[in-house]
Unconditional design. Structure first.
Length: 615
């Protein structure tokens, strides 16, 4: 006779596993907490970084360039480390640029080294902003050198600003171009018997195409190809000018590229040198020897150097103790726009509006710059934020929108009512359109034997994910979407001194680059955040001012935990995110589910540029 474990035994096993897992977690947290306390205490002593008379500032760019860092829960980070997943590092562009600018006038820094080998892909506008700082550094007469075992497309763009570029003889430069490739689910949804109810206005509003098609529509293909070609043209023009070669030196078409590769005997590094993409092929030790000649040798038999983050921590500006100085408030709106309150580094309708409201009631703040890096999201949350922009203007405080890599759909919605709008040439903007999306599973449930039935007092009460949408509900939502599109047109028309008809001609959900948006009147000027701050000061009649970053403040407990974690993080295993094909595919699928979770608008109305999300 088979003997199966009793229910009691299974319960005890479950309880023991739960207790044992909890015990391990608590012990780990205590260990890391004690370690962090020791490190923080040790770091609070008198020992500080001392710069020597000749050192290289190394831009060791390990991570992504961002406008604002996301709040990282330390415990989740520790668990991710223990699972070998690693934690994605984020580099604040403002800190990076400040370090470069300060190094230009610091006699102790005699060279700049660009080491982008671990930098993740990022938007061209962010890279351009750092590139401008490197150009300014070169005016000091100090050399700028880029060195890496290999360069991705984004890494090479930044490296091209250097006086000299070195590449490992076994390395390569991955110039692939720009593209928009997405997963399409129409056939899969049909097989799963999921009904995707889509409501939209705008010929080019392609965010919901993956749920109703198996391929890209011709209007979407046309629009995407145009702005991608513009971005690629900017990329090639910039790197060619930086390298003092013709654009033809970058043969990305198949015949020319294969010809150059064959002439180099299949050696990708040699091909890069032959074409003038790099200056020399060097192994790591050769590079060290060259730098030792330039700046001297350190105790580890390498060259004298300091990482940019350590350097920034040494020279960063101190907070101004003066309480009555005029200020320009800076509010960063980064990420997909969702409803409610979101942590730092994300946009929540309530939380971002609260930051703008805080600026409105701060007597020292005379104007506000809204730094936008968002593909949009919820129409309702976007409007909540825009209403606070209008309230700031009504309070006599000018608002200047400064667009980063992307300010499209909802990102443009929250910018449109500003007094002045700046964009970068490579900013992805526009996408003035709106759509609704509701998946229902009534056929899926019926297929597996689950049925829903009931009665109600109206034609709307029975509609939902399990029952489907009635014809009345579908008509109701479509009417609301069309009204939302008219609202969008009117918002843009009022903000840009245009008529709704004029806006409609350049709207329809179509995406534009910043350069094209200037021609179309969607922005006022091409420029970065410094120009935006200067314009805000001019509109507020300020000759002297300080900049005040307005962001969600951490609680005392969060600050304490973050401080502990920062001290302990250096001693945690440094794992890099896996680059396996399987993991990349799973990550793509996971991203799609995460985006579905962001569809939280109460009216199911979204102003989102799906093609802009990965910029």
């Amino acid at each position: 006779m088979d003997r199966k474990p009793s229910v009691v035994v299974n319960v005890f096993k479950f309880l023991w596993n739960l207790i044992n897992t909890t015990r391990k977690l608590i012990l780990n947290l205590i260990f890391f907490g004690i370690l962090a306390v020791i490190l923080v205490a040790a770091g609070s002593g008198e020992d500080k970084l001392q710069l020597k008379d000749s050192q290289a500032l190394v831009l060791n760019l390990n991570g992504s360039l961002v406008e604002q860092k996301r709040y990282q829960d330390p415990f989740e980070a520790i668990l991710a480390q223990s699972n070998g997943d690693g934690v994605e590092n984020e580099i604040l562009i403002s800190e990076l640029v400040y370090a470069i600018n300060n190094a230009a006038v610091d006699d102790r820094i005699t060279a700049l080294v660009i080491a982008p080998g671990l930098m993740h892909s990022t938007g061209l506008s962010k890279l351009h902003q750092v590139g401008l700082a490197i150009e300014a550094f070169k005016e000091s007469g100090k050399p700028v050198i880029a060195a890496s075992k290999w360069y991705s497309q984004a890494q090479y763009y930044l490296a091209s600003y250097a006086d000299e570029i070195y590449l490992n003889p076994m390395g390569a430069i991955g110039l692939e171009g720009f593209g928009v490739y997405r997963m399409y689910y129409k056939e899969a949804l049909e097989k799963l018997k999921v009904n995707a109810h889509v409501f939209r206005v705008g010929t080019y509003k392609s965010a919901i195409e993956p749920y109703i098609r198996n391929d890209m529509s011709e209007p979407a293909r046309e629009a995407n190809q145009q702005w991608l070609d513009e971005l690629w043209g900017h990329y090639l023009d910039t790197v060619a000018a930086n390298r003092s070669v013709e654009v033809s030196a970058f043969p990305t078409a198949e015949p020319e590229l294969l010809k150059a590769l064959n002439e180099a005997g299949g050696d990708t590094a040699l091909m890069a040198k032959n074409l003038g993409w790099v200056d020399e092929l060097m192994v790591t030790q050769q590079f060290r020897d060259k730098m030792i000649e330039l700046v001297g040798e350190d105790d580890d038999h390498s060259y004298e150097r300091v990482g940019f983050q350590a350097y920034y921590d040494l020279v960063k500006p101190t907070e101004n103790p003066v309480s009555n100085v005029d200020e320009i408030g800076l509010v960063v709106a980064k990420g997909t726009i969702q409803n409610g309150k979101k942590p730092a580094g994300q946009i929540g309708g309530e939380s971002t509006a609260a930051l703008l409201r805080k600026a409105r009631f701060d007597d020292n703040i005379k104007a506000v710059v809204l730094r936008v890096d968002s593909p949009g999201g919820s129409a309702f949350a976007s409007e909540v934020i825009r209403q606070e922009v209008l309230a700031l203007k009504a309070a006599g405080k000018p608002v200047v929108a400064s667009m980063s890599s992307v300010a499209a759909s909802g990102g443009y919605w929250i910018s449109a009512s500003s007094d002045y709008i700046f964009a970068n040439p490579t900013t992805i903007t526009g996408s003035i359109g709106i759509f609704g999306f509701i998946p229902t599973f009534e056929d899926s449930l019926t297929h597996i034997g689950v049925h829903t039935d009931g009665v109600g007092t109206t034609d709307f009460v029975g509609s939902g994910p399990a029952t489907g949408l009635s014809d009345a509900m579908k008509t109701n939502i479509q009417i609301q979407i069309e009204k939302g599109y008219r609202n969008f047109l009117e918002i843009v028309a009022e903000g840009r001194n245009m008529t709704p008809v004029e806006v409609d001609k350049i709207a329809q959900g179509r995406v534009w680059t910043g350069s094209k948006a200037l021609e179309l009147g969607l922005v006022d000027e091409l420029g970065d955040i410094d120009q935006a701050l200067a314009k805000a000061a001019s509109l507020a009649d300020l000759e002297q001012y300080d900049t005040k970053l307005i962001e969600k403040e951490l609680t005392k407990e969060q600050k304490l935990v973050q401080q502990f974690f920062a001290g302990a993080q250096a001693y945690l295993p440094q794992t890099q995110p896996s680059q396996s094909v399987a993991k990349k595919m799973l990550a793509q699928v996971e991203q799609q589910f995460e985006r579905l979770q962001q569809f939280d608008d109460p009216s199911h109305a979204y102003v989102l540029c799906e093609a802009c999300i990965n910029d």
